[in-house]
Design a protein around this ligand. Sequence first.
Ligand code: NG1
Ligand code: ZN
Length: 527
Amino acid sequence: INLRTVYAFAREMYPKLSTEYIQYGTAGFRGKAEFLDSVMFRMGVLATLRSRFRGGAVIGVMITASHNPEPDNGVKLVDPKGEMLDASWESIATDLVNVSDQDLEQHVAKIIKDNSIDITSSSHVFVGMDNRYHSPRLLKAVADGVIALKGNVREFGIVTTPMLHFFVVAANTKETYGKPTEEGYYEKLIKAFELLRNGQLENGNYKNNVVFDGANGVGARKMLQFIKRMNKSLNISVINQGIGPGKINDECGADYVKVLQRPPISMPVVEPFTRCVSVDGDADRVVYFFTNEKGEFQLLDGDRIATLVAGYLMDLVTRSEIDLRLGLVQTAYANGASTDYIVNELKFPVSCVPTGVKHLHHKALEYDIGVYFEANGHGTIVFSDHAKATIATASETKASAKTLLLLIDLINETVGDAISDMLLVETILNHKGWDVKDWISTYNDLPNRQLKIKVQDRNVIETTNAERVCVKPEGLQTEIENVVSNYKRGRAFVRPSGTEDIVRVYAEAATKEDTENLAYEVGVLVQ
Ligand code: NG1
Ligand code: ZN
């Protein structure tokens, strides 16, 4: 392989247009699409090297800016087991993207040497993208990066982020996880879902219909595909389908609904207490919401899903008379009331980790059954090999264990998957005979508020203790604590965002008014 080709490609087709430093953050590289061509090309190169480094295992590259606005795009790498790119390679990615075109060839040679990569070995890269109009152009750049290093590239076109993770894992497990195709994905989830329904479409308070807000993103398209393949086992009406003038995530989708705590645009008139679901632009996050009889908006976010799932799994494990270690992983953004409920009512072990799925996923792997969710609706459940074997054995005699076994197939263990998570929630509510009223009455959320604060350099803020305590700049934490102490059930923290050039403020307190004031006061301290 001649590394000259890499340089030639880069110079001729993907020149670096901006010298602004960019960093591989919580969700890979993000930015305005027009500056990302060279980033994409180089990530194609890196994915090829990473695949060779991992003995030829498939590496995934997903092109999306998730819940961010339409002009943005981004790219993240998926490691062989479906995990986010290993942290030790994040800095390799950052350095590679920031070198000049002139230095690129030498830099690639250095990565190869430093990591003892056999450049002649085989390499496999899977690429997927969301439905932003600039994604196809950027996908070509990634593919050219792979081709420049003579790797094998397989393009999946428009897919959700969790679908791409699924394909990577399916291919790397020699298809024991599933078939690495779009049909293979639908087939596995729908089969499990319909077996779990077992013909029982309505039960108690549970009604068999939902409204699905697709955020004008890929989730909408894929949900329409699900509907075509399902045996009317769930009536789903899809809004914000992404056809027409609606822009991705614009006044719709999981992030909008969660952060602004209001329904998305284009909501049809529905009966009070109708279950509504919002996913984000690449369908790895999901939240539920509804309006009550007074027309008030009510949110059921990632914390609600986590507690629902945790309680249900615990119940099944107990009834199956098997001994497995269950645990739930949250971040500092989890509503305090949800944590209290899990600890005091469900008596479920909980841990708190820094923001970002990689941290949650990693921690969840420490349990036999690890449930993890960010408050924004990003999460899933992972089962250890020991758990799978134990459940399989018990399923021969216990109906509850048989249900658990089917749930494993319904869950996309590789990463948070909005559609799979939604089908899981639907299954649990159906089995319990619950409507949203039953679900929301398990505990009362504390009012909470997030603010985005623009500062000169967000990285002057450093945190510890899973981001709940600020250690730099000095003195800020004491000031925050002083403010917080004036509020009943008050809690607040600040941290630099890993995906936007801002500092995030989170506040919760006993009343809505207190929460607003607390968030404001902490925001002022940061500015
Ligand atoms: P940052 O921008 O680092 O807060 C946001 C979300 C994360 C995660 C990433 C990736 C919040 C508060 N933060 O990260 O949970 O989802 O985006 O998409 O929701
Ligand atoms: Zn997303």
